[in-house]
Ligand binder design. Structure first.
Ligand code: SF4
Ligand code: SF4
Length: 87
């Protein structure tokens, strides 16, 4: 059985999956760990990052990515999400 919790996002990112080369540098660079690699692959055969609730808009992913995959947006007002957590 899964539980729910509230996650707050203070920003978001767009992910240009077709530009990604699957190097995974962005995954440990994200302080709240809200990026995970996809299961599907892009047209070049690389897995790419997917965003989960809790982005702070810090832009660490944008700075570390060698392929300009991310755009970062900060929200004026944080957005709250209810997310399922598997214990
Ligand atoms: S750092 Fe950029 S190129 Fe590397 S996996 Fe992340 S999005 Fe893809
Ligand atoms: S902007 Fe910061 S918090 Fe949001 S996905 Fe990128 S590294 Fe993670």
């Amino acid at each position: 059985m899964s539980e729910t919790r509230t996650a707050r996002s203070r920003g978001t990112v767009t992910i240009e999956a077709e530009r990604c080369k699957g190097c995974e540098l962005c995954i440990p660079a994200c302080p709240p760990a809200v990026l995970t690699m996809s299961t599907p692959v892009n047209r070049r055969g690389y897995r790419y990052p997917e965003l989960h609730a809790g982005c702070t808009g810090c832009a660490a992913c944008l700075l570390v990515c060698p392929d300009f995959v991310f755009e970062v947006f900060r929200f004026d007002t944080p957005v709250e999400h209810t997310v399922e957590v598997t214990p």
